[in-house]
Design a protein around this ligand. Sequence first.
Ligand code: HEM
Length: 447
Amino acid sequence: MNLTIPGPKGLPVSGNLLAFRRDPLGFLQEAASEHGDIVHFRFGPTRHIYLLTNPEHIKEVLVVKHEHFRKAKGLQVAKVVVGEGILTSEGKKHLRQRRLMQPAFHRERIAAYGQTMVDLTLAMIEQWRDGEEIDVHDEMMKVTLAIITKTMFGKGLKEGVDKIGQAIEVGLHYVSTKASSFIDIPLSVPTRSNLKFREAAETLDKAIYAIIDERRRTGNTERTDLLGMLLAARDEDDGTGMTDKQVRDEVMTIFLAGHETTANTMSWIWYLLATHPEAEKKLQSELDEVLGGRTPTVEDIPRLAYVNQIISEAMRLYPAAWAISREVVDEVDIGGQTFHPGETLMMSQYVMHRNPKYYDNPDQFLPERFAGDLLKRIPSFAYFPFGGGPRICIGNNFARMEAALLLAAIAQRCRLPLANPERPVEPEPLVTLRPKNGLPVRVEKRS
Ligand code: HEM
């Protein structure tokens, strides 16, 4: 522990844990503004956490000295679902998997999924009745899950999106409650939630292994969907591919990491547009001008400047990944301080993205701030919604493309004003940052 590093006062045993749990975002913001570049706090008697608020230090951890760190403990919980996929694996194993998978996420490759994204979005809007109230957060979860399932398995899906979708929801729920729970009940204990999770995991395993098996048997490893690309991937050095277990773990990883984050980002976009009518008008003018009533395609995205600015600004104010952490493995110096194995360094997108040093009127929704060279003027880790370094989000292009198509296709057809404008919408920082209690809106179809 480093006694020279300042931080907020805590209670004798629990330290700062209760204050953090009561209001994680407020706690981190206050700690950053009162104590400077590196802030020390304690969770319980022995867990020492250091919050980094200087973008240069964040870069040191995520990029320059990344080999001194591994993903922090919180993520280990996810292993019950995703096994040793790229989100949770470390070192050589991570590097090999990342190299194998990277090509599947290149911009040109994923462009082929644009049509699927738009088709599923239009099918969702089709179900909405003019004037009806919907929980748009729920709708965004469903559509992003349908998109990731379809782009993952293409036509190979026999079980149906619904059944797989429900099983994934159970898995996600299990991981997020376990990650934020004090008591660690092993999966072998037959509690109701453990049994439900085990059943869901079995459904998913069966479905995934059946598809892998059929593809391998029929020699159909065409690269038309993500699964095909995973099956066809070969190591550059030794030419070997992935085992079935590894493919299964990566499929689960992409399910876990690849839909809730985008769904949350979309929900925040709808909330921000509903509360900023001038931005909504500007968006509609752009959509009418660029698309002229035509359904958007991937090729339109670069010309939809305001759409892209809205997405960047929503991810600044409400970053779905609101904080990431690393555990020190080998002693390391960051910002003139020495950190020891077992200590945790935390970096918060939410805190950095609202720092007045880098952003004028940091709490205001101003998509136009991204119109100029803002990202060139500020340090790279003053804005990092997708993380950085060798573990930067592998799905960042996928997510941005999906968000742009969803936003353009929906806003072109509907307005979504809040159903209860007087009810405050609060961010809830669980594993990801989502609107607490959903986001009820009223569908107003545009004529
Ligand atoms: C707006 C949407 C998204 C946001 C904000 C987001 C954010 C992030 C962040 C911050 C990380 C780094 C975590 C860390 O360093 O500890 C990450 C990693 C990852 N993301 Fe995303 N993500 C999004 C969408 C997606 C999508 C759509 C996919 C897949 C299709 C995906 C797959 C992954 C994977 C596999 C990793 C682990 C990469 C590695 O460790 O090598 N994400 N994401």
